[in-house]
Ligand binder design. Structure first.
Ligand SMILES: O=P(O)(O)OC[C@H]1O[C@H](O)[C@H](O)[C@@H](O)[C@@H]1O
Length: 470
């Protein structure tokens, strides 16, 4: 059996291979030990799950282990988005939450996310402690049998209404209604079903919904809101009357956006437009947090407005930490995660979608028109990510190469700096950069690049491939 370990965001495993009821019970017991050691057990734990195969059964198994160890459980009565489960931690002042989900992974996966009492993704020192507990339980040959009998209650919850009220403090729902916005929503058969479309309808928008029934095979695609997977939504928006398309990933923590006409808007394009809106319309002030892989257009904007820019490794856990501890206005990442000041420090695709709708309503413009405005004020940057699949042996070789990867120039541009907070990032003259890092969720390397033209981005990536032999 492979080692149970928490990657970029939770433990993920293939169903029946690694992700078994026995292993889920083992990890739940390790979480119970962590909570007890931290004095958090008496606050109880929220348990939620997505729409994947057996997710509700795994959630019930986790609830049973926790309750059997005297920890009260707030169990969601239906599939619930990860950000809503995080919000429920605050709502019930719980000691943490367990979310059963493999997010946007292929259908044969399921997963286990732990959300500590601060209501954002668990930081490495916490998952490290849980992993150590798992090893000790395994070494002791402890059998985590269904405990047979609860020592604490399991209460069924539905945090929808409280979450909706909270979002109404962050989003101008009235503006969405007044504008009579027409929106198409694609929850990708996932846990966001019944959330984003309902909130928009309640606000008064007219909503067309796609893929809003449970399908653990996700219609044969990945529940990942990328341009490639959102063909149906793009077609729906291109056909009209919808002016905007909003998508979520399998557990609704990531967002995907389709502009009027059916064009996909990347997170690197949306984040600067949102920051502009938050600063100029909503009047928010505070630092701006982005991962090392996210657009530097945010840096230019932060500098112009006198805001501090915080760069974190990849993983919303680090972005969330900046939101929670430093009061950031916006925390975002190129893989489609964001949260804003006043919200839980967990990425939230529903909030992102509602903010996009608010912006369309308030400005009466498409996202692309707003983006053009941002480009006019701050200059334009092109960014792209290239994913390169590798075997485990190849991965080791490339990691070795990266240790000493300090070229003088890339694609004819001088290297002016080297950042190693996550993978290797080379800063190039002319406000360009490239980052090479192994994914923590998939067996591949990601090569992210940004420059003043699309051609330069491609040239820089090609030179990285050539020089590293990837
Ligand atoms: O690039 P990876 O290590 O595969 O991570 C990709 C993404 O995985 C999860 O969704 C994390 O929550 C994100 O913060 C991260 O950006």
């Amino acid at each position: 059996m492979r080692k149970i370990s928490f990657g970029t965001d939770g433990w993920r495993g293939i169903l029946a291979e690694d992700f078994t009821f026995d292993n889920v019970r083992l990890v739940a017991a390790a979480v119970a030990q962590y909570l007890a050691a931290r004095g958090l057990a008496e606050r109880g734990v929220v348990v939620g799950y997505d729409t994947r195969f057996l997710s509700e059964r795994f959630a019930a198994a986790v609830a049973e282990v926790l309750a059997g160890r005297g920890i009260s459980v707030f169990l969601t009565g239906r599939a619930t988005p990860t950000p809503v489960v995080a919000f429920a931690v605050k709502l019930y002042r719980a000691g943490g939450a367990v979310m059963l989900t493999a997010s946007h992974n292929p259908p044969e996966y399921n997963g286990f996310k732990f959300i500590p009492e601060y209501a954002g993704p668990a930081l490495p020192h916490i998952t490290g402690e849980i992993e150590a507990n798992i090893r000790k339980l395994q070494e002791a040959g402890a059998e985590i049998a269904p405990p047979g009998g609860e020592k604490a209650p399991v209460t069924t919850i539905d945090p929808y209404d409280a979450y909706a009220c909270h979002l109404a403090t962050l989003v101008d729902m009235g503006a969405i209604g007044r504008a009579g916005l027409k929106v198409a929503v694609d929850p990708m058969y996932g846990a966001g079903t019944g959330y984003l479309e309902e909130l928009l309808k309640q606000a008064g928008a007219s909503v067309e919904v796609l893929h809003n029934h449970r399908d653990p095979l996700f219609g044969g695609t990945l529940p990942e809101p990328t341009a490639k997977s959102l063909g149906g939504l793009r077609e729906a928006v291109a056909k009209g009357p919808a002016q905007l398309g909003l998508a979520l990933d399998g557990d609704a923590d990531r967002f995907g956006l389709v502009d009027s006409g059916g064009d996909f808007v990347t997170p690197n394009q949306f984040l600067p437009v949102l920051l502009y809106h938050l600063i100029t319309v909503k009047g928010l002030r505070g630092p701006v947090a982005r991962t090392v892989a996210t657009t530097h257009l945010l840096d230019r904007m932060a500098e112009r407005h006198g805001l501090r820019l915080v760069e974190t490794p990849v993983g919303f856990k680090y972005v969330g930490q900046c939101l929670a501890e430093e009061g950031a206005v916006l925390g975002g990442e190129e893989s489609g995660g964001l949260s804003v000041k006043g919200h839980v420090p967990e990425k939230d695709g529903i909030l992102a979608g509602l903010l996009a709708a608010e912006m369309a309503a308030v400005h009466g413009k498409s996202l692309k028109e707003l983006l053009e405005q941002v480009y006019r004020e701050y200059g334009r940057l092109y960014s792209e990510r290239l994913d390169v699949h590798t075997s485990p042996a190849e991965k080791e070789r490339v990691l070795e190469v990266l240790k000493g990867f300090e070229p003088e120039a890339l694609a004819g541009r001088k290297v002016t700096g080297r950042v190693t907070k996550d993978g290797v990032k080379l800063l190039l003259e002319g406000d360009a950069w490239v980052l090479i890092r192994p994914s923590g969720t998939e067996p591949l390397f990601r090569i992210y690049a940004e420059a003043g033209s699309a051609g330069e981005v491609k040239a820089v990536q090609a030179d990285v491939l050539r020089q590293t032999g990837l």
